[in-house]
Design a protein around this ligand. Structure first.
Ligand code: CO
Length: 277
């Protein structure tokens, strides 16, 4: 038996993002010392960008086929995505292709961060535990997720409801999809908060966090929050860097690792909308 772990992230062309992924890989290696840890990037565009500057990366399928060639027999693929959206569906498809094209005999999948209601409960705890230490209770916190029109976006809604029940000044918005900042600013105004903290709900820091969230351009959330009359304090730290969130992914990976040793395990994880909401 030769065991491996494949961490599948969207991808990163940014030193902050890269070091965050490295940190998570080290954590993973320490937790599962009997398996070698590797990376794959799920965004073809990101991989093309990296290739243009001489950085070779693997897609999930390529990485799995390579591991098969290197005689890995058991590989757990851990999604480092936030929600079970399109990226995650592509990941599942690539795993199926790798199964047919020389990938390791036994492949299991660890779910994204927010797959079901138990994950949401843990994510609320993590978010509350990792709020910026300087944030005062009367200040608002606005988290920026990526967002999508895919059914997986239900996870953001579930998280938003659960977190708001715990602290009514914390909001979950998304760059794309139905939870845009326009719909949230009036609700934030109603809380009477004078300051809005901006937190990325993105695995790692990249263009979205640096430009779309904290950037100085007129359309960034930072600029929009200031234009709406608030003081704004952006925090540039990706979700994988917070131990509370990292633990949820590692818990999903632990399950995938257990499933690896069940002979003939070949469950197809459910696609589409997350269960349990
Ligand atoms: Co994007």
């Amino acid at each position: 038996m030769k065991k491996g772990i494949l961490l599948a992230a969207f991808g990163s062309a940014n030193p902050l993002g890269e070091s965050a992924l490295k940190g998570f890989a080290e954590k993973t290696g320490a937790r599962f010392p009997d398996a070698r840890v590797r990376f794959a990037f799920t965004s073809d565009r990101m991989r093309t960008r990296l290739a243009a500057v001489g950085k070779k990366t693997d897609s999930v399928k390529k990485a799995l086929c390579r591991m098969g060639f290197e005689r890995y027999t058991h590989v757990a693929v851990q999604s480092l995505h936030l929600i079970p959206g399109l990226e995650y569906e592509t990941l599942l498809e690539e795993i199926n292709e790798a199964r047919e094209q020389g990938g390791p005999g036994q492949i299991t999948v660890g779910r994204p961060l927010l797959q079901d209601s138990a994950d949401v409960r843990l994510a609320v705890k993590a978010l509350l535990a990792h709020l910026p230490p300087d944030r005062k209770p009367d200040e608002a916190v606005l988290c920026m997720g990526h967002g999508t029109w895919h059914g997986g976006a239900a996870s953001y809604g579930a998280l938003a409801r659960a977190v708001s029940a715990a602290d009514s000044r914390i909001f979950i918005g998304t760059l794309e999809g139905a939870r845009g900042i326009n719909g949230l600013l009036p609700a934030i105004q109603k809380t009477g908060a004078k300051t809005v903290w901006l937190l990325p709900l993105l695995s790692i820091i990249g263009k979205h966090a640096e430009q779309d969230m904290a950037g100085k351009g007129p359309d960034s959330w930072h600029s929009r929050v200031i234009a709406a009359g608030f003081a704004c304090r952006p925090v540039l730290k990706g979700t994988v860097e917070y131990s509370g969130f990292a633990e949820i992914w590692l818990m999903h990976l632990a399950k995938a690792m257990r499933e690896l040793t069940i002979q003939g395990y070949d469950a197809e994880p459910e696609k589409g909308s997350p269960d349990g909401f």
